[in-house]
Design a protein around this ligand. Structure first.
Ligand code: 2AM
Ligand code: CA
Length: 258
């Protein structure tokens, strides 16, 4: 029950988010393509203040205000706006993501898209919900019938091997599937596998705050998450492969061809 407060904290922060979505924004460049607005910072500060009171024992690791990524025994990973590029361009796939991890395991997570008013929530062992209704992954069991989501990393511009990985894995996966989508928010991609919109998802160069909540929501909806070699996923891993479970081996197997 103590984790439940995540929902109301995310909803409150969502008011700042929703207002910002329709306003003109001041944009700062972390790099040529890695953008941040005043709302990213404002929402993160709001979340940190509220979470510090609700979870005083946890270390708060936020995308915009934490200098280094750490993996303490009790951690809360915060992305105030996952999908900032969408947020700036008025595309309604962006969300607040908050994931609580203890002893390297996810225990609770919320992903809230204030624009579409979609609140995904899960606690370990208690199932996953969208706006308080239980959600489940699909039972699609072939890649041929699967809709797969992916994303393109920031490192596409300055790390040739990452761009090559994106292109080569796309060449392997795309012809085998119904199609591939790139929505622009890792947290939402994971939740959309959890609710049965997508059958699977993979991406390179993710950070803990992108996936800390979505992973638990997907697992609790009956899905699977692994590294690209099929081994157990840990939060410091760069590549995530996540599916409804039924196509996990097939998707990992395809990607292993690279
Ligand atoms: P962010 O908005 O928090 O940085 C989806 O592919 C992931 O990529 C999201 O989690 C998103 O996280 C990030 N992303 C956003 N804009 C991007 C861009 N222009 N290039 C690469 N990744 C981006
Ligand atoms: Ca972000």
């Amino acid at each position: 029950m103590k984790f439940d407060v995540l929902k109301s904290i995310a909803k409150e922060a969502g008011e700042i988010f929703r207002e910002g979505f329709t306003q003109s924004k001041s944009i700062t460049f972390k790099s040529d393509i890695d953008l941040v607005t005043q709302y990213d910072l404002q929402i993160e500060l709001f979340l940190k203040e509220r979470l510090a009171v609700a979870f005083p024992e946890h270390t708060l690791v936020g995308e915009e205000t934490s200098e280094v990524i750490t993996y303490p025994d009790k951690a809360i990973y915060i992305d105030p706006i996952d999908g900032t590029t969408n947020f700036i361009h008025g595309i309604p796939f962006c969300a607040i993501s908050i994931g609580i991890w203890e002893d390297a395991r996810p225990v609770a997570g919320v992903v809230y898209n204030p624009v579409l008013d979609e609140l995904f929530y899960a606690e370990a062992g208690k199932g996953a919900t969208l706006n308080d209704e239980r959600i489940h992954v699909t039972d699609t069991d072939t890649l041929k019938n699967s809709l797969i989501a992916t994303g393109f990393p920031y490192t596409k511009v300055d790390r040739g091997e990452d761009l090559e990985w994106v292109l080569q894995t796309m060449a392997l996966v795309l012809p085998e599937t119904r199609d591939v989508r790139r929505l622009g928010s890792a947290a939402i991609d994971l939740c959309y596998v959890a609710k049965g919109t997508f059958d699977g998802y993979y991406e390179i160069n993710l950070k803990p705050w992108d996936v800390s909540a979505g992973i638990l929501i997907l697992l609790e909806a009956g899905g699977k998450v692994s590294r690209v070699d099929g081994q157990e996923y840990t939060l410091d891993e760069r590549i995530v492969v996540a599916t409804n479970g039924k196509i996990q081996d097939a998707l990992v197997g395809k990607m292993a061809d690279y």
